[in-house]
Design a protein around this ligand. Structure first.
Ligand code: MIC
Ligand code: SF4
Length: 757
């Protein structure tokens, strides 16, 4: 399969060729008009006659593409390699963006990364060449920005091993974040299984003005829906306000839909999307989309009567939307910028800003950078400088080369900013922060999407606030959280009071994009003689041994390795930052399992009771000891367990160390799927209050496993330390087919059986 540096028009035409017929059949079947999400899903169904009940049916889909970033691709490729195929069956790309550490500046950091990650990059490049996938070298940019510029197309469907894959929804694509095992399904030619989603409609009216930016739309939506409000749903934006936004602005909004747990988010194809496709060298796709434009937006009745089509409708008037800032510690804690000062003071959050960071896959487009740069220019002209570090990460090599050519990097540098490599950098803890020590309470403002504790610099003492790039610049210049650029003034070097001018962005570069350095490596026509090297002594890569199949027995006497209290995101379960080093080595990365989780029994972080000798140890140590002693165990979670990232390490590590069951009050979508795919019994309390029944010394049994069936409760007995016991009911979401994942030991074991046969 020839994987190119962009989506070939042939693939797009194939997708468009079936639209008319499939959508007509869909309308007939539902007896009504269709939303855009429904159209794209229906056009990608494996079986057009499949049952489609929202929030209930599991359906098989046929995505058009797969994209993976280096921190998740390693494990995905290691799984793919065990399937025994010669080639990926669907166009696939791998992007090197997460492993580049920010320390000095772009060039120096990139060189260091290329050296220190050579083994991993060599593995990824050779595995792509061996199996026919495209490889984007370190320095090419953040996966989602590169996908937006090269691969996303209206009406398409893709999956990506990263939770912010929905960024491509800005171009009208259904783009869904998944764990590596899901990607392997598609790469090996099988269908991809997902729950037929519920639909949330967001009706945008009016037009952004003043300091308000596209980012504020999603900051507001996160406030309304919270970190779990989008679970199981696709969020579809529509209305005149939607059509007033640029393509990259729409992408920002879709990107951060991951923070509300949504399956994905999307906008319709419109003129702005057409302009973006053309500006990024895809006039042919824009033309093809124009020809089927009525199929690439919701039917007219949907906009007229949204309540009839969506499970929930939210109205946002862009005319009155004020600039927002969310955080700290959770992306759904929102308020207008104007109110932050008072709230920070009341909560004891440091009012001084210690650093400002612009970039990440959410906000690193040409338009974002031009808006922020215009404020930087204005500030310099008014005699202002940034007194604290200002770090800029361009989203892609193309954006970097273009903003350099257009003098925008110089605008930031004039303020004293540092330009970092085109990569995730501080967004994923890859920030070797030199200006601040751990333990010093401080506040930072970023244009990123997540702000869980330790996420950026690894310090729990850092309070991270997320906002638009223009507000980041403004608060960085002020050096304070209690500054509202719309009303407040700053004192310049000459002692004058000056007010910042609202940022003026350029949607697209007037002189076109400069592609910059060529960072794409296409696979050879025949890669079968390429040797993919995984050294048996490597501490970064390790070939996988298949997990054992279920032995047919009930689970008895399981100790509780962890009972997590409150937020237990994937960052708590399998931390990123320095641990990204081991993303290709299951045994080594298991050294971080549940390291950030809060122990519900004593409020401590990362430690619990080892029942073998009554000692308190770190969770990774206890897990290793149970594994070595062949003790099966259970982990208990609170609400929305596994929120955040798509990293399947958060499921594979517990599985590898002997977890049989993870029982939570509720799960985030990708984490639950990852657990199920890796053969872990993911269960939720039928009665969430039963969470309180579980004690530190209790043992847990699960019975009736031979009769597991979709929709049936699973019985659990908690044997308490005092000799009493409680029987509780738990629920699961396995479909009949998915139960085979559990029985086979993992979904991958099933694929192996099929590809071998
Ligand atoms: C993130 O933003 O948390 C990441 C790092 O991009 C993850 C993927 C990973 O953990 O490798 C994500 O969002 O899926
Ligand atoms: Fe990278 Fe941050 Fe985007 Fe994740 S959210 S893909 S770490 S830039």
């Amino acid at each position: 399969m020839a994987v190119e540096s962009s989506t070939p028009i042939k693939l797009v035409n194939q997708v468009y060729a079936t639209l008319e017929k499939r959508l007509a059949a869909g309308r007939q079947r539902f007896g009504r008009s269709l939303t855009l999400a429904e159209k794209i899903l229906i056009n990608h169904l494996d079986d057009p006659a499949a049952e489609l009940e929202r929030g209930i049916s599991y359906v098989d889909m046929r995505p058009d593409r797969v994209a993976m970033q280096d921190a998740t691709a390693q494990m995905a490729w290691l799984q793919f390699m065990t399937a025994g195929l010669d080639e990926v069956q669907v166009p696939t790309t791998t992007h090197c963006d997460h492993l580049i550490q920010a320390k000095v500046e772009s060039n120096a950091d990139l060189l260091t990364a290329v050296e220190s990650n050579a083994e991993v990059y060599d593995f990824l490049q050779s595995v792509c060449a061996r199996y026919g996938a495209g490889f984007w070298k370190p320095g090419s940019g953040i996966i989602h920005q590169v996908v937006l510029e090269q691969y996303a197309f209206p009406g398409g469907m893709m999956i990506g091993t990263d939770s912010h894959t929905p960024n491509a929804g800005g171009l009208g694509m259904v783009a869904i974040g998944v764990g590596g095992a899901d990607a392997v399904d598609v790469m090996t030619g099988f269908a991809w299984n997902v729950k037929w989603p519920k639909l949330i409609g967001i009706h945008l009216t009016g037009q952004l003005n003043g300091w308000a930016a596209p980012k504020d739309v999603i900051l507001k939506v996160a406030d309304i829906l919270t970190v779990k409000g989008g679970t199981g749903a696709i969020v579809e934006y529509f209305g005149p306000g939607a059509r007033s936004l640029s393509a990259t602005g729409k992408a920002t909004i879709c990107n951060m839909g991951a923070e509300i747990g949504a399956t994905t988010s999307l906008f319709a194809y419109d003129d702005a999307v057409g302009r973006y496709l053309s500006a990024t060298g895809r006039q042919d796709i824009a033309q093809a989309a124009d020809a089927v434009a009525q199929h690439l937006r919701a039917d007219d009745e949907v906009e007229a009567n949204p309540g009839d089509y969506f499970d929930e409708v939210i109205e946002i008037d862009l005319n009155t939307l004020s600039p927002h800032i969310n955080g700290p510690h959770t992306p759904d804690l929102a308020r207008p910028v104007a109110d932050l000062g008072a709230e920070a003071e009341a909560n004891g959050w440091p009012l001084e800003v210690s650093a400002g960071l612009i970039g990440s896959c959410t906000n690193s487009s040409y338009e974002d950078i031009t808006r922020a740069a215009s404020i930087a220019r204005d500030a310099t002209a008014k005699g202002l400088t940034a007194k604290i570090p200002l770090l800029i990460t361009p989203g892609s090599e193309q954006v970097r080369a273009t903003i350099e050519r257009d003098g925008l990097l110089a605008d930031f540098e004039a303020l004293g900013a540092t330009v970092l490599a085109n990569a995730c950098g501080p967004c994923i803890g890859q920030w070797d922060r030199q200006d601040m020590d751990d333990g010093v309470p401080n506040s930072i403002v970023t244009s990123y999407n997540r702000n869980f504790p330790k996420r950026n610099d690894g310090y729990a003492s850092t309070h991270a606030f997320v906002t638009s790039p223009e507000t980041v610049i403004a608060l960085t210049l002020a050096g304070r959280l209690d500054f509202d650029p719309a009303t407040d003034t700053l004192t310049n070097a000459d002692g004058q009071e000056v007010r910042l001018t609202v940022g003026a962005g350029e949607e697209l570069p007037a002189d076109g994009f400069d592609p910059g350095a060529d960072t794409f490596v296409a696979p050879p026509a025949d890669g079968s003689d390429i040797n993919v090297v995984v050294s048996p002594t490597s501490d970064r890569l390790q070939l996988l041994t298949p997990f054992a199949a279920w032995d047919g027995q009930d689970f008895t006497d399981m100790p509780v390795l962890l009972k997590a209290q409150g937020k237990c995101t994937t960052d708590h379960i399998s931390m990123a930052g320095p641990w990204l080093t081991y993303r290709g080595h299951l045994e080594n990365i298991s050294g971080n399992v549940y390291m950030g989780a809060v122990n519900a029994f004593n409020g401590e972080v990362g430690t619990g009771l080892d029942v073998t000798d009554g000692q308190h140890r770190t969770y990774p140590e206890i897990a290793r000891r149970y594994h070595e002693a062949n003790i099966s165990w259970i982990a208990i979670g609170d609400e929305n367990m596994g929120e955040g990232s798509s990293r399947e390490h958060a499921a594979m590590e517990p599985r590898f160390r002997g977890a049989k069951v993870v029982l939570a009050r509720s799960f985030a979508r990708i984490h639950e799927t990852n657990l199920k795919k890796q053969g872990v019994l993911a269960l939720t309390f039928a009665n969430p209050a039963d969470y309180d029944l579980i004690g530190e010394n209790d043992r847990i049994g699960v019975t009736g496993l031979a009769d597991l069936a979709p929709g049936n409760p699973v019985n659990m007995t908690i044997s308490h330390a005092d000799g009493s016991s409680s029987d509780i009911a738990t629920k699961h979401t396995f479909s009949e087919d998915q139960l085979d994942w559990f029985r086979a030991g993992s979904a991958l074991n099933l694929i192996r059986q099929r590809t071998a046969g």
